[in-house]
Design a protein around this ligand. Structure first.
Ligand code: GTP
Ligand code: MG
Length: 445
């Protein structure tokens, strides 16, 4: 059953900037540990703080010099994110101010937190479950709304309900098998083999659907890579620049201008795409151009979307499409303002006038598939491994039931499948798992 992590008294107080480092209106600094309130009292000169009530304060160092004005909140243990005494300071978002405040805090028996240390303390104090800890990675680091929603849903709703439903179904099947094993004569007629097998296969299908949706979601967790390829001079760099909104690549009326891969981020509708401009594909005239074309072709392995751009109505080479049949292909006819040929079935655009670019942006939008509400929205490789193992055990159990003689073995496989599902919820966490999850967190989280 669930083993709650033991509560461990924190021996020290940690602090960190919890917002991104850089210039902004506000920056949030957090402290966690037994000395948090003491540091706050010293820096504000105020003795009493009402729990969880934000107050305006002027922060000073030990020489009484003003560090900044800030809004501070004190969260006494155990009602805080980490379960320890915590303080949150919202100061002005200038890195110089942030550094001054952090220096003052660490001079008062507080140290800078390690990456993920706040979350680790929350986990140790039972404030966050393992699976919630994993969902934070998706909430904080996803590059698409779909990924972020997956993380948020896993954190708010947990995987418990859909998993428990499957587990309950497995228990029922196990019960039927046990009765058949214990009272074979009595249960004759009631043991419906076909029904059991189809029940198991339907659980398996459900789990496979979750696995599929996780694989798709993974592709949107990281930035979606869109690679623009095509013959030389077809207008790839012009389109690339137009989408980015500035002159990132050199544009020139001569075939073979772009030699290297040119990459940049393109943000729209809260998504980050990596857009890649490439060397035009043709029989190269020079060795250096051949190297560029080699790079173009190699870059396709990493692509999520391949845009084939043509200004002569030429379709993408069949061999290339075959080689990358697993990618999303977009065929685009360029230079439509100048009467360039339009390839049937393609999208017509003009980098000069902007024609067709809104449609192109819509097509570039990463797969943003909504999950079904009863779907098991797993969000870590650890969970995926257990899900795959559960699927394998279920398939084995179904096969064993099919060949009657192996009912005991089928029961064993079902037990193993159930155990794997329990492991997804992190009911038996170990230190290595926690360490590997936290290693993906940044300082201040
Ligand atoms: N009329 C018109 N000309 C365009 C358009 N897009 C590009 N061009 C012109 O086509 C020529 C080649 O443009 P590039 O963007 O450098 O083409 P490219 O495909 O990157 O070429 P390589 O890097 O050599 O493979 C330039 O003279 C551009 O001004 C367009 O939408 N309309
Ligand atoms: Mg170019």
């Amino acid at each position: 059953m669930a083993t709650k992590p033991e509560k461990v008294e924190a021996v020290d107080t940690i602090c960190a900037l919890s917002t991104a480092l850089g210039r902004s209106a506000l920056a949030v600094i957090r402290l966690s540990g037994p000395g948090s309130l003491f540091v706050l009292q010293k820096m504000t000169g105020r003795k009493e703080f009402h729990p969880r009530r934000a107050t305006y304060e002027v922060l000073r160092d030990r020489d009484d010099s003003v560090l900044d004005e800030a809004v501070v909140t004190y969260y006494p243990a155990p009602n805080s994110f980490t379960g320890e005494d915590m303080v949150e300071i919202s100061c002005h978002g200038n890195p110089i101010i942030v550094e001054g405040i952090l220096n003052e805090i660490v001079s008062r028996e507080t140290r800078l937190a390690e990456p993920g240390e706040f979350s680790q303390r929350a986990f140790v104090n039972g404030k966050l479950g393992l699976q919630q800890l994993e969902s934070l990675d998706w909430i904080l680091n996803s590059r698409s709304p779909a990924g972020f929603r997956r993380g948020l849903r896993a954190k708010l709703e947990g995987l418990g309900a859909p998993l428990k439903e499957i587990e309950a179904g497995l228990m029922e099947v196990l019960g039927d098998i046990q009765s058949q094993l214990d009272f074979p004569e009595y249960e004759v007629g009631r043991f419906d083999k076909t029904k059991l097998i189809s029940g198991l296969r339907s659980f398996k299908t459900k789990l496979e659907a979750s696995l599929g949706s996780y694989t798709r979601a993974l592709r949107t967790f990281n930035s979606w890579k869109v690679v623009i390829i095509g013959p030389p001079n077809s207008g790839k760099s012009s389109l690339f620049n137009r989408l980015l909104g500035y002159q990132r690549s050199i544009v020139f009326n001569q075939a073979g201008t772009t030699r290297d891969l040119v990459e940049d981020y393109l943000s729209f509708e809260a998504m980050d795409l990596v857009l890649v401009d490439t060397a035009g594909i043709r029989e190269a005239n020079e060795a250096i151009e051949a190297l560029g074309i080699e790079k173009t072709l190699a870059s396709l392995k990493e692509a999520n979307v391949i845009c084939w751009l043509t200004d002569t109505g030429v379709a993408p080479p069949g061999k290339l499409m075959e080689l990358h049949a697993d990618k999303n292909w977009l065929v685009i006819s360029s230079k439509q303002d100048s009467g360039a040929p339009f390839l049937e079935g393609s999208l017509g655009v003009s980098a000069h006038t902007g024609e067709g670019l809104d449609d192109l942006r819509k097509l570039l939008k990463p797969l943003d598939q909504a999950e079904k509400s009863d779907e098991l929205g797993i969000c870590s490789e650890r969970q995926r491994v257990h899900l795959e193992a559960a699927i394998a055990h279920l398939e084995k159990a179904a096969a064993d039931i099919e060949s009657d003689v192996y009912l005991e073995i089928a029961a064993e496989s079902l037990g193993l499948a159930k155990k794997e599902l329990e492991l997804i919820l992190g009911e038996i966490p170990n230190d290595d798992i926690i360490r590997s999850i936290l290693s993906r967190f940044c300082i201040g989280k």
